[in-house]
Design a protein around this ligand. Structure first.
Ligand code: PRP
Length: 183
């Protein structure tokens, strides 16, 4: 899928495919430096993180395993509650592991705040976060992110794993959605 397939639904390209590639290469380099001599357990948070995981994992030279979690917020108050339900748990035992959570976007920060505490409580040696995007204006809780791609405005973004009503995840770039689509 590309911009042509979106017609009027695309407002603008916010971060191009090339910019994403370059940034992930920088992040991977830093990760390799920091984890030298160790092995990483990459934990992706479904579904948004699929593209970041696929590309970042292939750029990392450090030995790495990949595992996935699916989570959702409880109830209609959803994200504001900060209470998270595990829909699919990890297959891996985290005891003594160096865990690197891979995310597409940090919005309020509530998901990752909960997740880092949850994974740390399972006996991991370390739990760090790599996220492609962060919306500082939307933060409800401060999350310590070791590897960040881009800080972006608090806009409705789609593409590269991010959806609107489950669509547009397969765009190769990050863009903003035209307001008429969601209004
Ligand atoms: C998105 C994203 C994070 C979370 C961030 O997932 O992938 O997991 O929201 O939001 P927060 O910082 O406010 O907690 P979403 O719930 O949209 O599910 P998806 O990944 O399946 O699209």
């Amino acid at each position: 899928m590309d911009a042509n397939d979106m017609g009027n639904a695309l407002e603008k390209v916010l971060i191009s495919e090339q910019e994403i590639k370059d940034k992930l290469a920088q992040m991977a380099k830093k990760i390799d430096e920091d984890y030298r001599g160790r092995e990483i357990l990459l934990v992706g948070v479904l579904k948004g993180a699929t593209m970041v995981m696929a590309d970042l994992a292939r750029l990392i030279h450090t030995p790495a395993e990949i595992d996935w979690m699916a989570v959702s917020s409880y109830g209609a108050a959803t994200k504001s509650s900060g209470v998270v339900k595990i829909l699919k748990d990890l297959d891996s035992d985290l005891t003594g592991r160096d865990v690197l959570i891979v995310e597409d976007v940090i919005d309020s920060g509530l998901t990752l705040d909960w997740l880092t505490r949850n994974l740390s409580s399972r006996g991991a040696a370390s739990v760090e976060i790599a996220a492609l995007l962060r919306k500082p204006e939307a933060a409800k809780v401060e999350v310590e992110v070791k590897y960040i791609g881009f800080d972006i405005p608090d806009e409705f973004v789609i593409g590269y794993g991010l959806d609107y009503a489950e669509k547009y995840r397969n765009l190769p770039f990050v863009g903003t959605l035209a307001p008429q689509v969601y209004q």
